[in-house]
Design a protein around this ligand. Sequence first.
Ligand code: NAD
Ligand code: MG
Length: 395
Amino acid sequence: MRRVSVFGATGSIGESTFDLMMRAGGPSAFETVALTGGRNVARLAEMARALRAEIAVTAHDDALADLRAALAGSGIEAAAGAAALVEAADRPADWVMSAIVGAAGLAPGFRALRHGTTLALANKESLVTAGPLLMAEARRYGARILPVDSEHSAIFQALVGEDMARVERIIVTASGGALRDWPRDRLEQATVADALAHPNWAMGQRITIDSASMFNKALEVIETREYFGIDPDRIEVLIHPESIVHSLVGYVDGAVMAHMGAPDMRHAIGYALNWPDRAPLPVARLDLARLGSLTFRAPDIDRFPALRLAREVMAMRGGAGAAFNAAKEIALDHFIAGGLRFPQMAAVVEETLARLSRDNRLQKAPLTLEEVLETDHLARQEATRVARAAGNGNG
Ligand code: NAD
Ligand code: MG
C-alpha cells in the first residue's frame, strides 16, 4: 500500500485530495502517514480519524491542546508548530501532497524530497521562491515533482511523449479573475469581497485574490519557467474567461496541444495521484456543444502590472523570486486587513523589489534553503515598511 501524507489537508486543495483518497477506498487504499492543518483542528482530527493517519500536525502551537483533545482515544499522534511540520515530512512517504499556502509550504516539501518521494506540488510558492534548489534536491534524491496547478498539470500532460527540445512556446491561460473587466479607476475601489467573487474556480481566499490581481498568474509564469526549464520569452499568457482550456504547448512544427476540462482541481490532483496511470475521476464531463464557444484575448498589463513584474523577476533571477513572493504575501495581508487599496498591492511589490535590488540585498543565487528563507524574511520586513508608508494605517 502507498504511504501518503497531505500537507495543508484542511485547505481547498487538501479537502479535494482527501475527497479523492476517500473515494478510492480511504484507509483500505492508502497508509496515511501525516495530515497537517491550521486552526481548524476539529476538521483535521476528523480527516485523520477517517484515514487512520499516524500523525496530525497543526501549524499553531496554541492549538495543540485542542488537537490532542479531538484525537483522544484514536491512537493518532498530535504535534504543532513549524518544526513539527518539517519533522512530519521526515517520515518517509511514497506520495506527498504539498498544499500549504504561501512560503510556509516550502520547508516541509523540500524535506520530503530527501526520501525520494513523489511530491505532488500545489504550493507554487515553492518553485517561485526556490525553483532551482527544489529541482536540484529532487534530482539528488531521485524524487519526482508532479505539478498540481491546473495550468502546469495541463502543460505536463500536453508534454507526455514529447521532447522539450521541440517545444516552441508554452501558453498559460488565465481566467482573469473577478475584476478582469473592471476599468482602471474602478479597481481603486475594489474591496476584498469584490476580489473574492471568482467567476469559475472555488479556491482558498489568498489565491482567489491573487487571481483577481493577476499575481497568481505572475507566480504561475515563474513556476512554468522553473518547472519546465523554459526560456521566459517562450512563455505567453492568454486570458480565457471560461477556464476550459487549462494551458497549451506549441511545438516547432506549429502544432499546439491544449488540455481541456471542467474547472475542478480534482483533475490536476487526481492526475498526480494516479500518475503515470489514469483513473476515473468524479469531475463534470465537458459538453462543448452546449458551451458553444470559447473566447481568448491578450492580458492587459497596464491594469494588472503583476505580469510585468514577473518578467522583471525572471530577468533578475537569484533571490528575486523569494523577494517577489514575500512582498506579494505582505501586500496581500495589508489589502485583506484594509490597509491598502487593490492597485497598491502591485505598487508595494514593485517598490520593495526596487529597494532590495538597489541596495544589493537580493541573493545572487541562493544555494541553501536558509538563504532563501533569509531573503524571504528581508523582503517581508521591507515590504511591511513600504506598505505602512503607502497605506492608511490599517493592517
Ligand atoms: P487554503 O487557504 O484553502 O488552505 C491552505 C492550507 O494550508 C490549510 O490547510 C491551512 O491550514 C494551511 N496553512 C495556512 N497557513 C499555514 C502556515 N503558515 N503553516 C502551515 N500551514 C498553513 O489554500 P488552497 O487554496 O488550498 O491553496 C494551497 C496551495 O495550493 C497554495 O500554494 C495555492 O497557490 C495552491 N493552489 C491552489 C489551487 C486551488 O484551487 N485552491 C489551485 C492551484 C494551486
Ligand atoms: Mg493555477
